[in-house]
Design a binder for this molecule. Structure first.
Ligand SMILES: C[S@@+](CC[C@H](N)C(=O)[O-])C[C@H]1O[C@@H](n2cnc3c(N)ncnc32)[C@H](O)[C@@H]1O
Length: 210
């Protein structure tokens, strides 16, 4: 279990103010409180929310240090999208849209955004009904949402128009990449995950039909 520390946050995300670190510590407590009423994350991960969820999400900020327009698909309890919203406070003019169709989870996301004044918007819709409501993102993120072929189908309206994807993937990612190439071509960079020895962050760009 990793205790919350400013150092661990900066190792994952890059430079972050003390104030933002303290907001994320407060968010961790709020997440655990809400999780007693609505199921926001797998029970087996709750003893290490800081490491398993917050740092795991924060590492995307280091991969795209200049990106200002983001969208997170299937945000659930806020990973990675809500954590990125806390970090984007420090980027002038940056914002993120959180697409989440579950009403209770969308209410949680909205409550946190309101409480901390985050530069984020909840799009409480299904992803395939959200395209008109999300303004052209530079980066599309998703964690634990779907296998890569389905993720590419869902995010193609953005990724075929110049957006880049940063997708968290586990140890079987190579099979998913291979299956995706039946339908899609793309540029791919594999970033080793800083929090999961077997995981990667897949960075995809220039999505086009194969
Ligand atoms: C397994 S959870 C992962 C949540 C979060 N990304 C994480 O890593 O902790 C998947 C989330 O995606 C949402 N979801 C699944 N399919 C969706 C869709 N088609 N449109 C919008 N949200 C969806 C679910 O409601 C759920 O909250």
């Amino acid at each position: 279990m990793s205790a919350a520390s400013w150092t661990s946050l900066q190792e994952a995300a890059g430079p972050v103010s003390r104030e933002t670190f303290e907001c994320l510590v407060a968010f961790e407590q709020l997440f655990l409180k809400w999780n007693r009423s609505i199921n926001l994350a797998a029970p087996s991960t709750l003893d290490d929310v800081w490491g398993r969820h917050i740092l795991d999400s924060a590492q995307l900020a280091r991969i795209a240090p200049d990106a200002k327009r983001w969208v997170d698909l299937g945000s659930g309890g806020g990973f990675p999208g809500l954590v990125l919203a806390f970090l984007l406070v420090e980027r002038d003019g940056a914002s993120i849209d959180l697409v989440e169709s579950n009403r209770k989870k969308a209410s949680f996301l909205q409550a946190v955004i309101g409480q901390f004044g985050l530069p984020a918007r909840v799009v409480a819709r299904r992803i395939d009904d959200s395209y008109a409501f999300v303004s052209a993102p530079e980066i599309v993120t998703a964690r634990a949402l779907a296998a890569l072929p389905a993720l590419l189908d869902l995010s193609a309206p953005w990724l075929t128009k110049g957006s880049r994807a940063l997708f968290h993937k586990g140890r079987d990612y190579r099979v998913e990449v291979e299956e995706s190439t039946h339908r899609w071509a793309f540029d791919l960079v594999e970033h080793p995950s800083m929090t999961d020895a077997h995981g990667v962050i897949l960075e995809l760009a220039d999505l086009r039909t194969a």
